[in-house]
Ligand binder design. Sequence first.
Ligand SMILES: Nc1nc2c(ncn2[C@@H]2O[C@H](COP(=O)(O)OP(=O)(O)O)[C@@H](O)[C@H]2O)c(=O)[nH]1
Ligand SMILES: [Mg+2]
Length: 253
Amino acid sequence: MVKTPTVGQEVERPRVVAVVPTYNERENLPALFEQLSGLGVEGMRILVVDDNSPDGTGQLADQLADRNPGAIEVIHRPGKMGLGQAYVHGFGRALELGAEAVVQMDADMSHPPEHVPVMLDKLRDYDVVVGSRYVAGGGGDPAWSFTRRLISRLGSAGIRLVLGLKVKDATSGFKAFRSGALEAIGIARGAELSGFGFQAEVAYRCQQAGMQVTEHPFVFLERREGKSKMSLGIMAEAFARLTLLRLRGYRRD
Ligand SMILES: Nc1nc2c(ncn2[C@@H]2O[C@H](COP(=O)(O)OP(=O)(O)O)[C@@H](O)[C@H]2O)c(=O)[nH]1
Ligand SMILES: [Mg+2]
């Protein structure tokens, strides 16, 4: 931890910020916090971005923050504004805090925390490390049905085609960034897509900005607690919007 003196107080500058958006993740947050803080990553702060979860996740996060000063910080937003916007908000704060690296992960334990140290190590050689189900050693939840697998594969393949994306796991929301990469894509100015489309948009913007991107294999685990917020409507909208994003990208080239 680097201590940065400010007027009248000392603010600790975290080296790594793990941004975790939450909406009704009461059952998952304590375990995630415990696992992440048990990794021994030096100077890591967990930044919870809660959208006023009706189940009280925000208050629970506050309690964790009170008990563990400096290890966890909570952004409270007034209502549900979508996962993409929550990440934009959290990334902006992480850059403001002066972190060297930023980790992006969901609160529902789908992204196994034990991969975080390796992903951070790989940032020595790359600007962005994408946790990937579709490189050797990675995979979908073993409990997924054939249909679920097919949808995931086709979705990713379709998005890669639409965007001309080199990353194989186009919709992965498990990533590590050098802060410079988030600055290079101007993330603080916002994102066009939400939901899983946001993940593809960020991967595309990193590629367009000439960032060095690698994929790190992991096995995605479906949430055991709480409910998923994915829907067919979200999927269709994401495809339409990503197509527009690509067309605009062409025009700029
Ligand atoms: N702050 C915030 N977090 C959200 C919102 N929607 C989803 N999340 C969180 O984003 C992560 C991924 O959501 P999830 O429903 O698991 O998506 P799925 O894995 O694609 O089914 C979880 O940590 C959710 O709690 C939202 O509107 N606001
Ligand atoms: Mg999930």
